[in-house]
Design a protein around this ligand. Structure first.
Ligand SMILES: C=CC1=C(C)c2cc3[nH]c(cc4nc(cc5[nH]c(cc1n2)c(C)c5CCC(=O)O)C(CCC(=O)O)=C4C)c(C)c3C=C
Ligand SMILES: [Fe+2]
Length: 416
């Protein structure tokens, strides 16, 4: 862990006097990290919270997720702004691996509830990132934001096969917490929800494990619950020119408050793994369009070989079938559209019918969902061979603004 001022969770006990209480809304203003991302060799270190873009989008995907969608329960704009300020100050501390508040978990007065819930005491930051997004419903009449709703923040259309649960869909605000330690991610969401009591309420939340995408070429490609490598042909942080083209909102796109930001689409996709597990290896590979062992495109040897959509088998049929997932999702068949996928596996117990309630919590960031997620999903929902094994049961779309500068707060340009 890097050296910086303030009380780290590791050095917390008895150190309350070292906290300097000058932060936003009474939160201890420990100095922020001095600049570039600090990467401990064992992935326990912090990821810089401030910057041009929010962390948690293109920064290397961590192994665990706690995603929460909130409804705003206050009707007062000032209260919402105050909460966003408090959340920002807390997020800067949490991502630096520190307790929140002036006194943290255990150094406050014995008569009052602790400022920090305490379950992360002694744990390192574990690359925690906290990423905020604003849903379409926030731009209704309540907070005077209707004129600031980005044109790209559309309500997602119904897709063929959707079986969405409204209680697992939507949300005024989303916070994505990613970390390599599940306790650190859960602690972050729990404390943000606690700070928000009376102003926001959790609408739904989702835990995820085993990232299903790489967002950096330095990462190995993980596997999803169908056992396939997932994230091979993803946007990666090294593709800087492509990121400007496909991921980050540009000045010309507008609105101003979204420049440097990105749009998040979340889909809770239930995977019928018991049926999948009775499907032959050859059939599974034909459905995805890649080999299960190597992750290579069908007809190729290596994972990162380019897909040859023209290659034919001896019987004249395409090696990568017409209804295979990778063919239908590929930019060549989607007017060049790409996504930065950042999803996680989930298993939420079983469903009472002997089946695991398991799947993929699909998260994808993009510059404009009208040109990216929506047309790609329209095509997939019509023709993807994978549809026999999956069903989309939850959905959200969120405008994630650019990064916070020191002294600023989440959404400051939106509320300016
Ligand atoms: C609308 C976008 C997508 C949804 C929804 C989606 C669901 C989904 N995907 C897999 C498994 C794999 N997807 C793979 C590639 C891939 N998927 C999408 C988009 C959606 N997937 C894209 C854009 C791509 C890349 C296509 C390309 O350019 O080649 C792969 C292959 C490995 C990889 O490149 O990542 C797998 C495996 C599941 C199981 C799933 C729903 C549960
Ligand atoms: Fe996919």
């Amino acid at each position: 862990m890097s050296e910086h001022k303030g009380i780290s969770r590791r050095g917390l006990f008895g150190a309350a006097g070292a906290a300097v209480a000058t932060g936003v809304a009474g939160y201890a203003a420990h100095s922020v990290l001095s600049g570039e991302e600090v990467q401990a060799a064992d992935n326990t270190g912090p990821v810089e919270f401030h910057g041009r873009h929010q962390a948690g989008i293109v920064t290397p995907a961590q192994d665990r997720l706690h995603f929460a969608a909130f409804d705003v329960t206050t009707t007062k704009r000032d209260e919402l702004i105050s909460l966003l300020k408090e959340w920002t100050a807390a997020a800067a501390l949490l991502t630096a691996g520190r307790d929140i508040g002036q006194y943290g978990a255990v150094n406050g007065p014995g008569e009052a509830p602790p400022e920090d819930t305490g379950e992360a005491v002694g744990l390192p930051p574990a690359r925690l990132t906290l990423t905020i997004g604003f849903g379409p419903s926030l731009f209704d009449k309540r907070f005077g934001l209707a004129a600031k709703r980005p044109a790209a923040l559309v309500d997602l259309p119904h897709f063929i096969g959707d079986d969405l649960d409204p209680e697992r869909s939507g949300g005024d605000i989303a916070v994505q917490a990613c970390s390599d330690d599940p306790q650190v991610a859960v602690h972050a969401i729990r404390n943000l929800a606690r700070i928000g009591f009376g102003t926001v309420a959790v609408r739904y939340s989702q835990l995820g494990f085993g990232r299903t995408s790489s967002t950096s070429k330095a990462q190995t490609t993980p596997r999803n619950l169908f056992g396939f490598k997932d994230g091979t042909n993803n946007l990666k942080l090294e593709d800087t020119a492509k990121l400007e083209q496909q991921l980050w909102v540009q000045q010309a796109d507008g609105p101003d408050w979204m420049v440097g930001g990105s749009y998040l689409v979340s889909r809770r996709i239930r995977m019928n793994i018991e049926i999948w597990d009775r499907t032959s290896l050859g059939e599974q590979e034909s459905i995805i369009g890649r080999g299960k062992g190597t992750g290579a495109p069908l007809g190729k040897a290596d994972e990162f070989d380019a897909i040859d959509f023209t290659a034919k088998k001896s019987d004249g049929t395409p090696k990568v079938p017409m209804d295979s997932h990778v063919r239908l999702a590929h930019p060549d068949f989607n007017k060049g559209a790409e996504l930065l996928r950042r999803g996680y596996n989930f298993v939420d117990g079983s469903d009472g019918l002997g089946r695991l309630d398991a799947g993929l919590f699909f998260l994808a960031y993009q510059r404009d969902p009208r040109k990216q997620f929506i047309p790609v999903q329209q095509q997939l929902s019509r023709s993807d061979a994978l549809n026999e094994y999956i069903v989309h049961v939850g959905s959200g779309i969120f405008a994630c603004p650019g990064g916070v500068t020191p002294g600023g707060y989440w959404g400051d340009k939106l509320f300016a």
